[in-house]
Design a protein around this ligand. Structure first.
Ligand code: FAD
Length: 246
């Protein structure tokens, strides 16, 4: 599954049902922010609608380009740009894969405060508001992003910081507030998670959830509508050391 982001601009979304490229649409994979800017300016001049896609894991038309439009992937904009050792922050290009990001921050002895899905492109995951866990943790984007650079429809790069309207609009913006090209992320001291899985009845979980939630920092519910009365709860808590079970 983690290899799922090894191919830029797939033909279909993850479900294999939605074709990404509209009729007569063009696709573009820039190698630099300057190249992306030139392409966006060209599209603006031609009146062409542009959509941006990450790992195409969203089962939704939000990742389909318009007919005669354009589809952009930041697949090649995947570099680490800066590390602030004092603030424990990294600045990365928005096309970095989440799996690589975890490896990078880990090398500095840090973790991201929130666990992400490793088969996403960072900007795709953050823009779709993916994964939150725990009652006091927002979704991943709000938990980790402390700065962004966003390209608007004129090909200009705008810096958006917490407090700016653009920052909040672009954080989980589904690509509608522009194309994010760069993120600055807050890390924390490295930690490990120990996960425990339990089966529960859905009714019991719903009755106790409000009281139990604050005591479990990271948790995940797996629920299938055909088995609506049973639910699987996986919760995890922080441990300082990695334990390997052979
Ligand atoms: C098997 C499977 C299991 C999943 N489980 C979960 C789960 O448990 N919890 C959960 O929350 N989600 C889950 N998802 C959903 C998935 O995690 C999200 O759809 C994913 O975060 C999208 O990441 P992506 O890189 O594929 O982005 P895409 O799906 O390609 O794009 C997502 C959105 O981001 C926008 N975007 C992409 N790049 C940029 C950019 N540079 N600037 C601005 N906007 C951009 C796109 O336009 C689109 O609107 C699951 C998906 C699959 C396939």
């Amino acid at each position: 599954m983690h290899q799922h982001v090894d191919e830029a601009l797939k033909k279909y979304d993850f479900s294999g049902r939605l074709r990404l490229l509209g009729e007569d649409a063009e696709q573009f994979i820039p190698n630099s922010v300057a190249e992306l800017s030139a392409f966006i300016r060209k599209c603006a001049h031609e009146g062409k609608r542009v959509r941006v896609v990450g790992g195409a894991n969203s089962y939704s038309p939000i990742i389909q380009s318009a007919d005669r439009g354009a589809l952009v992937s930041l697949f090649n904009l995947d570099r680490l740009l800066d590390v602030d050792l004092e603030k424990k922050q990294v600045t990365v290009q928005a096309g970095i894969r989440e799996r690589d990001l975890h490896d990078i921050v880990s090398e500095y002895g840090w973790s991201l405060p929130q666990v992400t899905r490793k088969f996403n492109v960072l900007a795709g995951g953050l823009n779709s508001g993916h994964h939150s866990s725990g009652s006091d943790i927002p979704e991943v984007a709000s938990a980790i992003v402390v700065g962004m650079k966003i390209m608007n429809g004129l090909g200009e790069v705008i810096t958006a910081n917490p407090g700016d309207d653009l920052f909040y609009a672009g954080l989980v913006g589904l690509g509608r507030a522009g194309i994010v090209v760069e993120y600055t992320l807050q890390c924390v001291e490295k930690f490990y998670l120990k996960a425990v899985g339990v089966q529960s009845s859905t009714s019991h979980l719903l009755e106790t959830m409000v009281d139990v939630a604050p005591t479990k920092k990271f948790w995940r519910l797996i629920f299938f509508s055909i088995h609506w009365h049973r639910i699987r709860l996986i919760y995890a808590f922080r441990v300082s050391r990695r334990r390997v079970h052979l």
